[in-house]
Design a protein around this ligand. Structure first.
Ligand code: SAH
Length: 398
């Protein structure tokens, strides 16, 4: 077993159960990509078992802080069993759920979503790449699923020196080509294409926030809704279910809009209540303002504007701009659901950005709710970096 010796004082974060070792913390030692290493303090004390990643800034990701634990097939079976046991206890109102959420489930670099009877996974680190076959077998055995689609086509693989990979990892021979799955979220039916969809196919992290939106649309008797960055229309369906009369949904992806449109009829709503625009949201909001339009509720759920803290400033301007436009477009007494999924923009900064947007728009409002990702995307106490999705619910002054 190879050892990685840390520089003096650099043991602190592992001692606090934080699973990352940065390149600059390593004093000596090396290993192959994904190889299991013993990480030790400068005095030789055991700190963690981890997987080595020769090209990544995150040089080691900890698998375990227990010296007696062996990193083998049984280890992955135990971690997957623990992740699934947690999900069974959590209130998840869907058969689409996140089974493994990386670091939060003690499996750094592994994302596994379950869509009904299909698994869709991302292997994002050298360690998960090396153990891929073992992990795949353990996932099938634990879930009873027979099909596992691999969506390791995320850009972050490049940082690990890994090429993008996409395709059936297990079950390719069954029902060849059937990459579309229907899930039931709350009382709704939604289709997911694990091959063409974003990430593993769908934004499961917004599940609870979609339900909250439906509830508040009903509570306030919201009539005209604008759903910006609608993807396949999750918030569109929520708005219709909440009783909205007219829902306008905007996205720049034509296939996503097509699926959103199909979801309206799939859920039994009159297609005349929904309209769709293939447009850039910022430009669309400006046009609507110019045209004197107004809405009773607006959802802003943009893509990640800041992949890391380094991009926070430019991202802040982009967030502020769309929030300012949305606050202006809202009718008095209107409802804003505004989100950021940028890890580099914390909850406090996001609040400040939206406050700045309100000042510029000369709009005040009541902060009704603070939102986060759904509970099957847990944030753990030892790994606050895992927190990425944050949202504010604002009721504009009447
Ligand atoms: N709210 C959605 C998820 C949104 S993901 C849900 O509940 O499922 C972000 C979406 O923004 C993606 O669908 C992407 O296609 C879209 N997008 C990215 N940049 C855009 C832009 N400039 N204008 C419009 N849509 C954009």
């Amino acid at each position: 077993m190879k050892s990685i010796r840390l520089r003096e004082g650099k043991e602190r974060s592992l001692l606090r159960r934080h699973p990352w070792v940065f390149q600059g913390s390593v004093a000596k030692g090396s290993a192959d990509a994904g190889e299991t290493v013993r990480v030790e303090a400068d005095d030789g004390r055991f700190l963690a078992w981890g997987s080595f990643s020769p090209t990544s800034m995150i040089r080691v990701r900890a698998w375990s802080f227990d010296e007696a634990e062996r990193i083998d097939a049984a280890f992955f079976e135990r971690r997957i069993a623990t992740a699934m046991a947690l999900r069974r206890r959590l209130p998840v109102a869907s058969d689409g759920l996140r089974l493994v959420h990386g670091e939060a489930d003690g499996l750094p670099g592994l994302i596994v979503d379950r869509y009904a009877d299909v698994l869709s996974a991302q292997f994002l680190s050298a360690g998960t790449e090396r153990w891929k076959a073992t992990i795949a077998d353990a996932l099938l055995a634990a879930t009873g699923c027979t099909r596992l689609y691999e969506r390791s086509d995320s850009g972050v693989r490049g940082l690990e020196g890994l090429a993008p990979v996409k395709g059936w990892l297990r079950g390719a021979d069954e029902d060849a080509g059937a990459t579309e799955v229907t899930i039931r979220e709350h009382d709704w039916r939604l289709t997911v294409d694990v091959e063409q969809g974003h990430k593993t196919g769908f934004y499961l992290d917004q599940r609870d926030n979609r339900a909250r939106f439906a509830q508040l649309v009903r509570h306030f008797g919201v009539q005209r809704v604008l759903n910006c960055y609608c993807y396949t229309g999750g918030f569109t369906i929520a708005a219709l279910a909440g009783g909205a009369a007219q829902v306008t949904s905007v996205d720049s992806s034509a296939p996503a809009l097509e699926r959103a449109r199909a979801h309206v009829t799939l859920n039994g709503f009159d297609a005349a209540r929904a309209s769709f625009a293939d447009a850039d949201v910022n430009a669309f909001l400006r046009e609507q303002l110019k045209a004197g339009a107004s809405f009773d509720a607006i959802v802003l759920d943009p893509p990640k504007f800041a992949p890391s803290a380094a991009h926070a400033e430019r991202a802040a301007r982009a967030y502020k701009d769309i929030n300012r436009l949305a606050l202006k477009l809202l009718a008095p007494g209107g409802l804003l659901f505004t989100f950021s999924c940028s890890g580099g923009v914390g909850a406090e900064l996001f609040h400040k950005i939206v406050a700045g947007a309100g000042l510029d728009a000369e709009v005040d409002g009541v902060l009704l709710d603070r939102l986060a990702g759904a509970c099957d995307h847990p944030t753990t106490i030892c790994f606050p970096e895992g927190e990425y999705l944050k949202g504010l619910v604002i009721l504009k002054k009447a």
